[in-house]
Design a protein around this ligand. Structure first.
Ligand SMILES: Nc1ncnc2c1ncn2[C@@H]1O[C@H](COP(=O)(O)OP(=O)(O)O)[C@@H](O)[C@H]1O
Ligand SMILES: [Mg+2]
Length: 331
């Protein structure tokens, strides 16, 4: 569906994308992940020709993006809907008019527009809001309008740039559910850019981790979260408020109960652990347990020995207050 090979992109003297290689399969949800300034949006915009590139190849359905004529690019973009963090809606128009806009540009017959817009509003759960002005909508509703508009021309690919970054956690959850739903119902390929780990875990089948325009990691989401490389580990750890001392993150499949892990470990080692946090986290089609325990320095070595013996996935967490940063075990 999408194939990028040895892609380089500069803004003046600054190289913002350096030797990017990735492919996205039809029906896949692919995440481009990284801190602000990493080059995520630029990479996304190279996909639909909103940005040019200096060398390498970007192929969408086997066609090289930079070979498209102006009209060809417009047509390519009609096959790739785009959803933005700030919604980019026309505030003077109502919900219906916003969703209808791309259909009008492409001169679809009025009767078809009427039918198609109502179908899209039903898909995103906004049938009753068709006459509402954009200004009267909540952030989540605005993003639903943005998604409906992006789907208006029946695109094969949906590009989302930080689509949930301006939303509260609950609304984020409902938009992620919607994206998951349309991915499955419409067999839509989705490429999404995000700095939110919640979004990646919940939605993405695979991900590319960017830092300074350079690929830091790429692979199946679940594999990468179970044994995160250093840069991803940092991003994941930013989601937690750590307590001082040595924090260890354990990761285990859903059929293992976290109580039994900790109870067994405490009993066998004769050590008490503080539990910093723990939850079951939903991945695309699986659930993994995460548990963060705080360990006293004198118990660290034995704890690690135990974890290794049990063959659990675990990692020491990034923590500015960690007085033992040198205790970096091999994983
Ligand atoms: N139009 C532009 N002109 C010059 N520099 C840009 C432009 N767009 C982005 N950049 C720079 O490219 C880098 C990557 O930006 P961007 O792709 O927006 O990152 P991200 O989406 O990961 O936050 C940043 O250093 C940014 O300042
Ligand atoms: Mg961006």
């Amino acid at each position: 569906m999408i194939k990028i090979t040895n892609l380089y992109k500069n803004f003046g003297p600054q190289t913002v994308l350096s030797d990017i290689n990735m492919h996205v399969a039809p029906g896949e949800i692919f995440g481009i992940v990284g801190h602000s300034g990493a080059g995520k949006s630029t990479l996304l915009r190279c996909l639909n020709g909103l940005e040019g590139y200096d060398s390498g190849s970007v192929k969408i359905m086997d066609r090289e993006v930079k070979d498209f004529s102006r009209d060809g690019l417009l047509e390519l973009r009609s096959e790739m809907g785009m959803v933005f963090q700030t919604f980019n809606l026309m505030s003077r128009k109502n919900v219906f008019e916003n969703v209808a806009f791309p259909l009008q540009i492409w001169k679809h017959p009025t009767a078809h527009i009427q039918e198609r817009v109502m179908e899209l509003l039903a898909l995103v759960g906004l049938e009753s809001k068709s006459h509402e002005r954009i200004g009267n909508l909540s952030g989540g509703q605005k993003q639903r309008v943005g998604i409906a508009r992006a789907l208006a021309l029946n695109p094969k690919i949906l590009l989302c740039d930080e689509a949930t970054s301006a939303l509260d956690p609950k609304t984020t959850g409902s938009i992620l559910d919607l994206l998951d739903d349309i991915n499955q119902r419409l067999r839509l390929t989705i490429v999404l850019v995000t700095h939110q780990m919640e979004v990646v875990k919940r939605l993405c089948h695979r991900l590319l981790l960017l830092d300074g325009g350079v690929t830091q990691a790429m692979g199946q989401t679940e594999d990468l979260f179970l044994s995160p490389p250093e840069n991803l580990k940092k991003l994941i750890d930013e989601d937690y408020m750590l307590i001082p001392g040595i924090n260890i993150r354990l990761m285990f499949p859903r059929n293992v109960s976290q109580d039994s892990i900790v109870t067994r470990m405490a009993r066998e080692l004769g050590v008490d652990f503080s539990i910093v946090g723990g939850k079951l986290e939903r991945y695309h089609d699986d659930i993994l347990g995460f548990l963060i325990i705080n360990v006293q320095p004198e118990h660290l070595e034995r704890t690690i020995g135990y974890l290794k013996k049990q063959k659990l996935h675990w990692q020491l967490m990034e923590d500015g207050n960690n007085p033992y940063p040198h205790v970096a075990p091999e994983v």
